[in-house]
Ligand binder design. Structure first.
Ligand code: ASP
Length: 292
């Protein structure tokens, strides 16, 4: 159910979606306050959309734990005032940011949806409008009981709503830029938006959201056995080679994406856990990032 009285906070961090061509055809970020000029359809939504932008919008290759913490701060600061949050982000590292935020925004009971585009919003054939408009619509979807339908960090791109920490960027040209290889999509937008209610991650019963800021950025190489295949899981005891790694102390990453593995390790080290505790946490699904 669309909640027409709802309100969404739209956060622009940077990336192609928020760019327009100058007279010479070069891409440059536009003032986000002028968003309605490029997407007049926004006026047709009855719900409220407020916008906020990074003071200096960044190419997503410049995203880092400090900027993720800034996003967490914006969301915590505005959490009570909005029904949902949509983050506009460059596609190159969107899967990393979505993974990190999924751990940093613990037990949220509102949607946080990242989206972006392959073509700037000012281009006639842009995929940005569709991505933005549908992400906004999903952000105000409610259950019949009036609670938010989506209660986790997601990426919406090319008609698919995916669990953020399950996504990988797969294409730099195609409008279908992301995939969720090891977990089904949470919703598909066609003439109607079809949701997989049974798959949504829900906050722990009786919990309140907890906002985490400390990530340990000293995670450069994932010393974790992850599969190089796009789909499937590591089975460490299946072959001698895997067993040897196990003997050397390499842990299995199960079916985790590399993006989520990096974010999870930064998060766990940031919590100041011991090695033993981290080993245990790596075997567990915290926000649906692995299939146990
Ligand atoms: N380089 C851009 C970025 O990730 C590409 C994009 O927005 O899709 O910020």
């Amino acid at each position: 159910m669309l909640d027409h009285n709802a309100s969404v906070l739209l956060i622009y961090t940077g990336g192609t979606i928020g760019m327009v061509e100058d007279a010479e055809g070069a891409l440059m970020p536009f003032d986000f306050n002028a968003l309605q000029e490029f997407v007049p359809e926004l006026k047709r939504f009855q719900f409220t959309i407020d916008t906020i932008q990074f003071e200096n919008p960044v190419d997503s290759s410049d995203m880092n734990p400090d900027k993720w913490a800034k996003l967490v701060w914006i969301i915590e600061d505005n959490y009570a005032g909005y029904d949902g949050f949509v983050i506009l982000h460059g596609t190159d590292t969107m899967a990393y940011s979505a993974s990190a935020l999924s751990f940093m925004l613990e037990n949220i009971n509102k949607p946080v949806i990242l989206t972006g585009s392959q073509l700037p919003i000012g281009k006639i054939r842009t995929d940005g409008k569709e991505n933005l408009l549908t992400a906004l619509e999903i952000a105000v979807e409610k259950t019949p009981e009036g609670t938010p339908l989506v209660t986790e960090v997601c990426i919406f791109f090319q008609n698919l709503l995916m669990r953020g920490n399950r996504t990988t960027k797969i294409n730099a040209d195609n409008f279908k830029a992301f995939n969720s290889f090891n977990f089904p999509v949470l919703a598909e937008a066609g003439t109607q938006i079809r949701y997989r209610h049974d798959l949504m991650h829900r906050p722990l019963r009786g919990s309140t959201p907890k906002f985490h800021y400390a990530l340990d950025p000293k995670v450069a190489i994932v010393v974790l056995n992850v599969t190089q295949c796009a789909s499937g899981s590591v089975g460490m005891s299946r072959y001698q080679a895997g067993k040897r790694l196990q003997e050397l102390g390499v842990l299995s990453g199960y079916d985790i994406t590399t993006e989520a593995a990096v974010a999870k390790l930064m998060f766990l080290f940031g919590l100041g856990l011991t090695r033993g505790e981290i080993k245990i946490a790596l075997k567990m699904s915290i926000v649906g990032e692995i299939t146990v």
